[in-house]
Ligand binder design. Structure first.
Ligand code: SF4
Ligand code: SF4
Length: 348
């Protein structure tokens, strides 16, 4: 066997570690075996409004269509602090934010490191080398590739988890024309466990490994642009951006150790935001408050919609004055959710 791919793989992994990535594995260019599963999921409409998933499905199931001449995929993970580092919010008029979002936007944090690692890799590969890096942004089935690269396995909750990474990890990858020695794939280690499926407050799992995004609080509070379905609003509780319940339920978290990188970018002000303060943000104040954070993605209208649901669920009359001020917001989406909250609080 040509010793170069093995030597280059060792060098890339060492550089990834030096840049702050907590795990790095390598897989080859072949299409992931999960293509039929992905096609069935799309056909069932479980992707909701995420139309881009269907639009680029043909490329997504075959990374060779993303980068012609592809030889290897470098899969990377960064783990972020779990519950022990970020205690749950106090029972006041405060919202719950998914743990990954309580940091500077990881896209920005990882992008600089991915650029450096890609330049390093191209330097190893010589003048002909070409590489593309992605952090969430690429048309690739990154969890499947990461499992094949040995980083961890896709749990019944459909996320990647690692034996030492646990569930609190962010993924990125570099597609490259440089040949690197692949790692051994990881196998699923869920066994008979079903804790994540049982933990879901909206019953979003159609079956193990099959998530109906349209019922998932992460989707509803972040990706979904319209009204939150009435029947699901109570189950949102005080979650205003994302949901961690299925991840938190997983017993593999016991073995997880958070890495250094994201900890350095903690945004303590995002752990349990004051719902009344959020309700009072106008468009300009929203931009300032959430610039450079994952929560900017929801935009003011999405976040205030979620805040309305959370305050309605809390049922505390102390929120009524602030809610009444926003009840006629020019954005009808916000107005409708805020009026729903008022009615719920005032209901006998
Ligand atoms: S993130 Fe929350 S709502 Fe979505 S599947 Fe997991 S537990 Fe259910
Ligand atoms: S909670 Fe259990 S079933 Fe779900 S991903 Fe973890 S090990 Fe698998």
């Amino acid at each position: 066997m040509d010793p170069a791919p093995a030597r280059l793989a060792v060098a890339v992994k060492a550089q990834a570690r030096a840049l702050g990535f907590d795990a790095c594995g390598i897989t080859d260019a072949s299409p992931p075996g999960s293509a039929p599963h992905f096609a069935n999921w799309l056909a069932a409409g479980h992707h909701g409004e995420m139309a881009y998933l269907a639009r680029n499905a043909a490329r997504r199931v075959d990374p060779r269509k993303v980068l012609p001449g592809l030889r290897s995929v470098v899969c990377l993970a960064v783990s972020y602090p779990g519950d022990h580092d970020n205690p749950p919010p106090p029972p006041a008029l405060r919202g719950v934010v998914a743990r990954y979002a309580r940091f500077t936007d990881y896209h920005d944090v990882l992008a600089a490191r991915l650029r450096d690692l890609t330049a390093f890799l191209n330097g190893l590969g010589g003048a002909e080398a070409r590489s593309l890096w992605y952090v969430d942004t690429g048309p690739v089935l990154e969890r499947d590739l990461a499992q094949r690269a040995g980083l961890g396995f896709i749990g019944k909750h459909t996320n990647l988890l690692g034996r030492t990474l646990g569930n609190w990890c962010l993924l990125a990858e570099i597609l490259t024309t440089v040949a690197l020695a692949p790692d051994a794939p990881e196998r699923n280690r869920c066994g008979t466990c079903a804790r994540c499926l049982d933990a879901c407050p909206t019953r979003a799992f159609v079956a193990p490994f099959v998530l109906d995004a349209r019922r998932c609080i992460s989707y509803l509070t972040i990706e979904h642009k319209g009204p939150i379905p009435l029947e699901l609003r109570p189950a949102l509780g005080t979650r205003i951006f994302g949901c961690d319940d299925c991840l938190a339920a997983c017993p593999w978290n016991r073995f997880a150790r958070a890495g250094r990188l994201m900890r350095e970018h903690t945004r303590a002000d995002l752990a349990a935001p004051d719902l009344i303060e959020l309700l009072r943000l106008d468009a300009a104040a929203f931009k300032v408050r959430f610039a450079g954070t994952p929560m900017a993605r929801a935009k003011r209208r999405g976040l205030l919609r979620n805040v309305g649901v959370a305050l309605g669920n809390l049922g505390d009359p102390a929120a009524l004055p602030a809610l009444r001020q926003v009840a006629q917001d020019p954005d009808p989406l916000i107005g409708e959710h805020v009026r729903w909250a008022i009615e719920r609080i005032e209901a006998p």
